[in-house]
Design a protein around this ligand. Structure first.
Ligand code: HEC
Ligand code: HEC
Length: 204
């Protein structure tokens, strides 16, 4: 009980002080860049207007930062990364990357709308929480968190667009998007598994 109280007080302190210094970046500087450059596609506060563009609101700063470095260094080369994000991240400095990551991480995350196919969402929930041992699919929650909230360089998936999530899983499986861990995690997933997990996550 004592630890719980202490850690929630600590978490609260972080939230309260989070205004200017979420992660290492400067939220105010990040807000300016976000509004000048990113808002057209990702929305002013990271809630994007189309499933082509992932929501960034409440995404982990470490993950946003890591992906921007990967786009800049051309380490994430799936078709939409090349078409949209290579050009944007190319001229960004390390400081701009940290600032904009801090800004989007500090925005209120999107909560999804109820699943349109509840049976599919239930199947996705089971995969997310427990994996499918017989088919070597790991429990996604082990890394992405019990509530799909993410952790450092592991992305938040909760409330993300369904179509975006499906595309990413299939691109990892097809080795179109780099990342060895996710290549292994998706290797044995069927299209239907990917749709089920996305149906569940986009409703969270
Ligand atoms: C012209 C549209 C456009 C603009 C402007 C844009 N983005 Fe993107 N962004 C995209 C698209 C499309 C993707 C998805 C790429 C993919 O499918 O791999 C993306 C993906 C990302 C991702 C990866 C998110 C994830 O969940 O993996 C990050 C981080 C990101 N953008 C940050 C930014 C930042 C910061 C800016 C402003 C400096 C910005 N973007 C400006 C179109 C845009
Ligand atoms: C061992 C840890 C681990 C496990 C288990 C794991 N992931 Fe991941 N996942 C990652 C990491 C790390 C990334 C970021 C890869 C990168 O930087 O491009 C990621 C990225 C993703 C993304 C891309 C999100 C975005 O915003 O672009 C999706 C979708 C995803 N994982 C789904 C899953 C699903 C579904 C499962 C379960 C079947 C799963 N992951 C299991 C570590 C894991």
């Amino acid at each position: 009980m004592k630890t719980t109280l202490l850690s929630s007080a600590f978490a609260l302190a972080l939230v309260v002080s989070g205004g200017a210094f979420a992660a290492d970046g400067n939220v105010q500087a990040g807000a300016k860049l976000a509004s000048d450059v990113c808002s057209k596609c990702h929305g002013d506060k990271g809630v994007s207007p189309s499933p082509l563009f992932p929501n960034l609101a409440g995404q982990k700063a470490g993950y946003i930062e890591n992906e921007l470095h990967l786009f800049r260094d051309r380490g994430r080369g799936d078709p939409h990364a090349r078409a949209y994000m290579w050009g944007i991240a190319g001229p960004m400095t390390d400081a701009q990357i940290s600032d904009v990551a801090a800004y989007f991480a500090a925005q209120t995350p999107v909560h999804g709308s109820p699943a349109s196919d509840t049976a599919l969402a239930e199947k996705g929930k089971a995969i997310f929480e427990k994996g499918v041992e017989a088919r070597q699919i790991p429990a996604c929650a082990a890394c992405h968190g019990k509530n799909a909230e993410g952790n450092d360089t592991i992305p938040r998936l909760a409330g993300q667009y369904k179509d975006y999530l499906v595309t990413q899983m299939l691109e990892f499986r097809g080795l179109l998007r780099d990342n060895e861990t996710m290549h292994e995690n998706t290797a044995h997933m069927t299209d239907d598994d990917a749709r089920a997990v996305a149906e569940f996550l986009s409703s969270k």
